[in-house]
Design a protein around this ligand. Structure first.
Ligand SMILES: [Zn+2]
Length: 108
């Protein structure tokens, strides 16, 4: 499981925990990285929980800098609870999101 810093990025989905457009950064909670009945769990974790309600895996929060967002400068923003897809990369201070894309709402 443990990779090194040159491992290829992992594409993940997650939910915006918060994003401060004035500070230009925030955090995204990745969908569950645990496993359930032998398969990857992958369930979105409800905001405010610190572990997956299905499999009990801990929440992985990933730092997001506005430069990782797509769109023209000045219009890069995320909203709380927005669903996003991103590449998880390891930066100097730990996991961070890269190439963040906003997911369209499903079924609505
Ligand atoms: Zn889970």
């Amino acid at each position: 499981m443990q990779g090194n810093s040159s491992a290829p990025p992992v594409v993940m989905t997650g939910t915006v925990v918060w994003f401060d457009s004035r500070k230009g950064y925030g955090f995204v909670a990745a969908d569950c990285v645990g496993s359930y009945k032998g398969e990857r769990c992958g369930k979105p974790i409800p905001r405010g929980s610190d572990a997956c309600p299905i499999c009990g895996a801990g929440v992985v929060e990933v730092f997001v800098h506005y430069s990782a967002l797509s769109g023209p400068p000045g219009r890069r923003n995320l909203n709380q609870d927005q669903r996003v897809e991103f590449e998880r990369v390891v930066g100097p201070k730990g996991p961070m999101a890269h190439a963040v894309k906003i997911c369209l709402p499903e079924g609505k």
